[in-house]
Design a protein around this ligand. Structure first.
Ligand code: PEP
Length: 279
């Protein structure tokens, strides 16, 4: 059965119940599965026409997940022209904190919005590690997205060294706290968090459903302790070598509300296998 929606029972003074309680759905928060493709710096006009056309024609009605793609900036108008009016939404891979000005190589929220972007990635591990974006930079970018009325997808996650040193929760907490310090808990009313262990990104090594769920539960508990409703509603995606064979097991876990997918989002067949295998 499609795990399209998940529920978290909000109890005063208690953490979110991690088990779906259909009978209590009227009072529970609902979370819809999302499958998001991060195309990174890949593609060409022709490749994107083929990829997006393939996704659009292959996506079955039975896949009730929200489907989002994150193309490289130059292809946003193309994606907009192909996907407008369809069920596929799109977003930017990053956003600058400023509205405009002398920021060579950067893109503003209003520019993204002009091409129909509803979502924007913030704090992807490649931005943090390769382009030296600090926790504070990420928080400022997150705020710019919120201020523009976009949905920021805040990426967090630990390196293998940090995990092996038992620092996963410390690192994830630090990354979240930097944004919470600026945006407050209310800043997460419409935001999404993506837990992406760095050691699983692009490596073919996926966190086991149990490993991922443990961190997702930690993240949700942190938000629930600040605000039960916002924490219960928050969508937390998993990212790191998700594919058609492991997606269903991962997304079946109570606090895993879908995936942020890199490599497997670059061919329609592989991406569709993730969307379709949720059934
Ligand atoms: C990513 O870059 O966000 C990602 C999860 O990549 P991959 O699926 O290739 O590990």
């Amino acid at each position: 059965m499609l795990l399209q929606r998940k529920t978290s029972l909000i109890l005063a003074g208690a953490s979110a119940c991690r088990y779906p309680c259909a009978r209590l759905m009227g009072v529970n928060e609902m979370r819809k599965i999302m499958v998001a493709g991060n195309w990174k710096m890949n593609g060409s006009e022709q490749m994107i026409r083929t990829l997006l056309g393939g996704i659009l024609s292959g996506l079955e009605d039975s896949c009730e997940a929200d489907v989002v793609v994150f193309p490289p900036f130059p292809y946003l108008p193309l994606v907009q022209s192909i996907a407008s009016g369809s069920r596929i939404e799109w977003g930017g891979q990053n956003v600058n904190a400023e509205l405009s000005g002398a920021h060579t190589g950067e893109v503003s929220a209003s520019m993204l919005q002009e091409f129909g972007c509803r979502y924007v990635l913030t704090g992807h591990s490649e931005r943090r590690a390769v382009y030296a974006e600090s926790d504070v930079d990420v928080a400022r970018r997150f705020m710019a997205a919120l201020a523009a009325g976009m949905v920021p997808v805040l990426c967090v996650g630990e390196t293998i060294e940090e995990r092996e040193a038992g620092k996963t929760e410390t690192v994830v907490s630090r990354q979240l706290d930097a944004v919470l310090a600026t945006a407050g808990i209310d800043g997460f009313k419409s935001a999404i968090v993506a837990y992406e262990p760095v050691w699983a990104i692009g490596t073919g090594v996926t966190a086991s459903p149990g490993q991922a769920q443990a961190v997702h539960a930690f993240i949700r508990d942190k938000f629930v302790s600040l605000n039960g409703t916002i924490g219960g509603q928050l969508r937390i995606l998993y990212g790191g070598s998700v594919n058609g064979s492991n997606a269903a097991d991962l997304f079946a876990r109570e606090d895993i509300d879908g995936g942020l997918v890199g490599g497997a989002s670059l061919t329609a067949e592989k991406f569709l296998a993730i969307c379709q295998n949720l059934n």
